[in-house]
Write a protein that binds this ligand. Sequence first.
Ligand code: NAD
Ligand code: TDX
Length: 335
Amino acid sequence: MKMLVTGGAGFIGANFVHYTVKNRPEHDVTVIDKLTYAGNEANLAPVANKITFVKGDICDVELMDKLVSETDIVVHFAAESHNDNSLRDPWPFVNTNIVGTYTILEAVRKHGKRLHHISTDEVFGDLELDDPNRFTETTPYNPSSPYSSTKAGSDMLVRAWIRSFGIKATISNCSNNYGPYQHIEKFIPRQITNILSDIKPKLYGTGEQVRDWIHVDDHNEAVHLIIDKAPMGETYIIGADNDHVNNKQVIEMICEAMGKPKDWYEHVNDRPGHDLRYAMDSGKLRRELGWQPKYTDNNGMMEALKTTAQWYDEHRDWWQADKQAVEANYAKQGQ
Ligand code: NAD
Ligand code: TDX
């Protein structure tokens, strides 16, 4: 099967391509990626001779028409993905996440191709800290930030193209990922690379916020299952039941995993509009498609954090050149 992966030079997309080449060699993979600050062709170096790479923009109508016409399925990861950046400059988020997804949908509609759209738990907004409920596939959308609202917009477009034009598409909404190749602007790699640079980890506000952490390989296995088995038009929540650790506890786990005292971190300014709690009910995916995450409890997460920290330690060339600029940007916001 010919598979076009958008955003395949970014964090989750690159891990998806590695996973696909290793475990699903029957797929003939082409990656389209604009190589923004978040994309890095080096992320695909280990599989470079097994895939085709195209540098380009998903908003480019002609290019997407051609690439979609040549594939069997589009797996759509490309997005502007960082909330803090969306608060500083929302336009690239509106353009890539909404106009880019629209461009892909039109090409998919014209050529009758299959689409899997990758989305996020953030489309649902947040839960109160003491709310025991979890998001499901039928939770109404209530996004908070420019990032999450543009992802919500992109999901709505996909839903409408399924219903109005009958395109063959599925959607997945996943919780916070971690693992190798994640940009160091994001919470977990920022703290790991802080410690590796002898800088104290930075916790926004009180750190009581809860994210439902999932290892990127668990996410990508779910995406493959959906591609293989899901009925057309369906949406699946992906989450590994890690909604019991707050940001403060995650920082403490990272400190512990890297041999620092648990309290070796500092509080910095909070994020405006900071979502409190995300929690995902992935029952439908488990029941209907038989998905099981590998890194579920605190022990699993601790081990995965250690492996992730080791990856950043062993790949300093991959991140060190960006570290100063990323921290300088955060420092401007007192973060
Ligand atoms: P990322 O920022 O690491 O990677 C995004 C990739 O998209 C980069 O390689 C970038 O160059 C590329 N890109 C951006 N704009 C483009 C454009 N106009 N044309 C072509 N390529 C473009 O993001 P990520 O964390 O890997 O997220 C991937 C997808 O997964 C996104 O859709 C995101 O919303 C979703 N998601 C992320 C998480 C998470 O925790 N990171 C959780 C749930 C869902
Ligand atoms: O230095 C930090 N300190 C801190 O306390 C950073 C960068 C973040 N935080 C907090 C903010 C969040 O509560 O940690 C939590 C995680 O922050 P991010 O890594 O920025 O992730 P989040 O905003 O939750 O969004 C992520 O998960 C959902 C991804 O970036 C999105 O692309 C995905 O859709």
